[in-house]
Design a protein around this ligand. Structure first.
Ligand code: XIL
Length: 346
């Protein structure tokens, strides 16, 4: 054969580099497949049940789901010993039917605890030993119920303060710092396959929080505690600079052997909405995806709700909103298109 033909044959036979996909992804599900990560969303169960258009977009676009509220303690055990699993079950069943994996959120937190628990601790009718066994039973019961159906659990949520001290909660106060190791061990015993995460906000940029959380993970690992991942909530606001060091922070956790996930991404803005703000917002979403894709250990990017019709932002941040990928009518915003335009470096 002539050298030219040989050269040509070699070029044609060479596999395409991983990023050279034949065409741009049509939707987030295709983007997820092409880039090799899961793209997820928090789910409002009432909307899932009651709104056909919401359900359609949810199941078309996403390959991972998190219950926005339905797996929190006040939701699953509103009265002591009375469990209400219907909402969480609805999410898990819908996920199975639609090829979605599930993130369990969350086992140990200081918010959205049932009143019987907080009141009992406050008035002294629940003592410290009893509190510890209540926490163990809660974790064991919930993790066991969904054994094999939850890919990853947010075992502890927001346990470090902004100043890098351990957050002062009933758990730290009554059980001491060992509650964190206990929680991971109990969860692991209940479902040895589930990936167990520590999850927090502002971990994208806040140095004291980052250093304390890294030290905490190392300490847990040194003691043989089963911890497998670090979750970055990613509640961003476009009135603040994008956290430009985020990929490096992810890498520091990945270097400890942890899986990385963006667990609650949104990018709110001060209202009113303008075209310019929507364009800025689009860059926050695409940079977050780019950061995740630049770290091999980052396997999931989940948004905290996909439509402005059901977003926690207006209720929690005065005068702010429009934080999601789709507007109230489920029209795609510039941020959605910006995600589809991100090319995977993997
Ligand atoms: C929020 C929900 O979105 C709201 O519906 C609820 O009223 C309060 O909690 N960090 C977390 C999430 O880990 O659980 C929170 O979700 C948002 C901040």
């Amino acid at each position: 054969m002539k050298p030219l033909i040989i050269a040509l044959a070699l070029v044609l036979a060479a596999p395409l580099p991983a990023y050279a996909h034949p065409r741009a992804p049509r939707d987030l599900r295709e983007l997820a497949h092409q880039s090799g990560i899961r793209i997820g969303t928090a789910v409002d169960i009432a909307a899932l049940r009651g709104e056909a258009d919401y359900r359609k977009v949810l199941n078309r676009e996403f390959t991972h789901v998190t219950a926005e509220n339905a797996m929190k303690w006040e939701s699953v055990e509103p009265q002591r010993g009375v469990y209400t699993w219907a909402d969480a079950d609805t999410l898990v069943d819908n996920a199975r039917r639609n090829g979605q994996r599930v993130r369990g959120h969350t086992l140990v937190w200081h918010n959205q605890l049932p009143a019987w628990l907080t009141a009992g601790v406050a008035d002294g009718t629940i003592g410290n030993d009893e509190l510890r066994s209540i926490l163990r039973d809660h974790i064991t019961t919930e993790v066991r119920r969904y054994k094999g159906k939850i890919r990853a659990w947010d075992v502890v949520n927001e346990v470090v303060e902004e100043d890098g001290t351990m957050r002062k909660t009933i758990w730290l106060d009554r059980l001491g710092p060992g509650y964190i190791a206990d929680a991971f061990r109990w969860a692991h015993r209940a479902d040895p396959q589930a990936k167990l995460f520590i999850n927090d906000y502002n971990l994208e940029w806040n140095a004291p929080k980052i250093e304390t959380t890294l030290a905490l993970v190392k300490d847990l690992q040194a003691r043989g505690v089963p911890i497998h991942g670090a979750g970055f909530q990613g509640h961003l606001g476009i009135q603040y600079d994008y956290p430009g060091d985020w990929a490096n922070v992810m890498r520091r956790f990945a270097d400890l052997g942890l899986e990385i996930a963006v667990t609650e991404l949104d990018a709110r803005m001060v209202l009113p909405v303008t075209e310019e703000k929507l364009e800025t917002q689009a860059t926050y979403y695409s940079r977050a995806l780019t950061d995740c894709l630049s770290v091999a250990a980052c396997k999931e990017l989940t948004v905290w709700g996909f439509t402005d019709r059901h977003s926690w932002v207006p209720g929690w941040f005065d005068g702010q909103g429009s934080a999601c990928l789709f507007d109230e009518n489920l029209a795609k915003k510039p941020a959605y298109r910006a995600l589809l335009a991100v090319r995977s470096p993997r």
